[in-house]
Design a protein. Structure first.
Length: 216
């Protein structure tokens, strides 16, 4: 009976281990198209908070309120739902912050949490709702090497190859929490990055997020 019991226990363990490792996916739809994002299990506080807000339809009707080509596309400010044209945005949120989880990296297509600057936020805690996608620029080996030395970061070979192939914003590594990455719709971010901008990098024509929902 012992071998059968061992095999049954191993099967159950592997099943629950597989379930625990499954990554959640969400869809963010704008007039420019749909972006599908996979959320990291290595950043559970940010993952769970994002899913909680999605289930509340918190993001539906918000704007992508800050766009910087070669850098980021930012959204998630609830104040943007009823904002007047070219009014300043970026300070809204649910009234709480999230402790930083500095596990992942800012390669192109990364989904990360916005936050206040260090002077007001020395612990680098994330906004409760605002997020950004990395649009990024090209990255070379010298840049990564300098960052490894100055920030005491050690990039894996896979992370280096991702940066070298796709670019990103590695200068933000260890400063802002990355909690997901785009698996479909990176071209949508490229399109948004090209829009005309006004005060504080807000697009002159509003870019509305029509819906954010779970895919799985």
């Amino acid at each position: 009976m012992k071998p059968i019991f061992f095999l049954l226990t191993l099967t159950i363990t592997l099943f629950f281990s597989s379930c625990a490792e499954e990554l959640k996916q969400v869809s963010i739809t704008t007039e420019y198209g749909e972006i599908v994002v996979e959320l990291y299990n290595t950043t559970p506080k940010h993952r769970d908070n994002f899913l909680k807000l999605i289930d509340q339809a918190y993001y539906d009707g918000t704007l992508m309120h800050r766009v910087v080509k070669g850098f980021i596309v930012q959204g998630g400010d609830p104040d943007s739902k009823k904002a007047q044209p070219q009014s300043l945005l970026g300070k809204g949120g649910p009234g709480y912050t999230i402790p930083g989880e500095f596990k992942e990296y800012h390669t192109k297509g990364a989904l990360a949490a916005a936050r206040q600057k260090d002077a007001l936020n020395p612990d680098k805690e994330s906004s409760g709702s605002q997020f950004y996608f990395v649009h990024g620029n090209s990255v070379d080996e010298a840049t990564l090497s300098n960052l490894e030395n100055s920030k005491d970061i050690k990039y894996t070979d896979k992370q280096k190859q991702d940066y070298l192939k796709n670019g990103g914003t590695p200068q933000l590594d260890g400063e802002y929490t990355v909690f997901g990455h785009v698996i479909s719709g990176i071209e949508v971010i490229d399109k948004i990055a090209e829009v005309e901008r006004g005060v504080a990098d807000r697009p002159l024509k509003d870019i509305k997020v029509t819906s954010v929902k779970r895919v799985k």
